[in-house]
Ligand binder design. Structure first.
Ligand code: GSH
Length: 202
C-alpha cells in the first residue's frame, strides 16, 4: 500500500503513525496536492491528504478511515478498542479533539498567510480560543497518566501528538507547554518513540 502525504500535514502524520506503530509495510510518498503533477486528486476526489492507495488500486481517505482500516489489519497493538463500546468511543473522542485542534490550527495558518489588513480578527479569536479550550480540557483529562486512554498506547495518543507537533510548527505563539506542564511531559515521552522520530525525519 502507498500513503500519499506531506511532512507537515498533521492528518498525514496521524495516519502514518498508525502504520508505523503497527509495523504495516507501506510506501510513503510525499505528494503535495497543490503540485501540478500530484496524483492526490485521482486518489481522493476531495484532493486532500492523507490518501492510502491499496494494492488493488482502491483508495482510502480520510485520516480517520485510514486509521480505522489500518488498525484492523493486525492486533499488534490494537489502537482502537474493538469490543468495549465506551472505551472505543473515548478513543475516537480524543481523536475528534485532536483533529479539531488541527482543523482550527489550519484555519489560523491560512488566515495568517493573508496580509495583516485582510485578516479577520473574529476568525483568529474564534479558532485560537477553540484550541486553547481544547488544550485545557485535554490537559485536565490527561492529568499525570502515561496514555490518553486506558493502559496502553491508542490512536488517541497518536492523534494528540500529531496535533501538538503541528501547533509547534504553525501556531507556536500558543504556549501550551507553559500553560500545561503535564502535557509537556507527556509530549516529551511520546516524542522519543521510534514512530514519532521516523515521522519527523523521513
Ligand atoms: N479531515 C481530513 C482533513 C485532510 C486535510 O484537510 N488535509 C489537508 C492537508 S493538512 C489537505 O490535503 N489540504 C489540501 C492541500 O494541502 O492542498 C482528514 O482527516 O484526513
Amino acid at each position: 500500500m502507498k500513503l500519499l502525504g506531506t511532512q507537515t500535514s498533521p492528518y498525514v502524520r496521524k495516519a502514518r503513525l498508525v502504520l508505523l506503530e503497527k509495523n504495516i509495510t507501506h510506501e510513503y510518498v510525499i505528494d503535495p496536492p497543490n503540485d501540478p503533477n500530484s496524483q492526490v486528486s485521482r486518489a481522493n476526489p476531495l484532493g486532500r491528504i492523507p490518501a492510502l492507495i491499496l494494492a488493488d488500486g482502491d483508495c482510502l481517505f480520510d485520516s480517520t478511515v485510514i486509521a480505522d482500516y489500518a488498525d484492523q489489519l493486525n492486533d499488534t497493538p490494537i489502537l482502537i478498542p474493538r469490543n468495549d463500546l465506551l472505551a472505543r468511543m473515548r478513543v475516537k473522542r480524543w481523536e475528534a479533539l485532536a483533529d479539531g485542534i488541527m482543523d482550527s490550527a489550519i484555519v489560523l495558518r491560512n488566515e495568517k498567510l493573508r496580509s495583516t489588513n485582510q485578516q479577520e480578527a473574529a476568525i483568529l479569536t474564534l479558532h485560537t480560543e477553540a484550541i486553547v479550550r481544547a488544550l485545557t480540557h485535554i490537559a485536565t483529562q490527561l492529568g499525570d497518566k502515561t496514555w490518553c486512554e486506558g493502559a496502553a498506547i491508542t490512536l488517541a495518543d497518536l492523534a494528540l501528538v500529531s496535533a501538538l507537533i503541528y501547533l509547534d510548527l504553525r501556531v507556536a505563539e500558543i504556549n501550551w507547554r507553559g500553560d500545561h506542564p503535564n502535557l509537556a511531559r507527556w509530549f516529551e515521552r511520546m516524542s522519543s518513540r521510534a514512530s514519532v522520530i521516523t515521522s519527523l525525519t523521513n
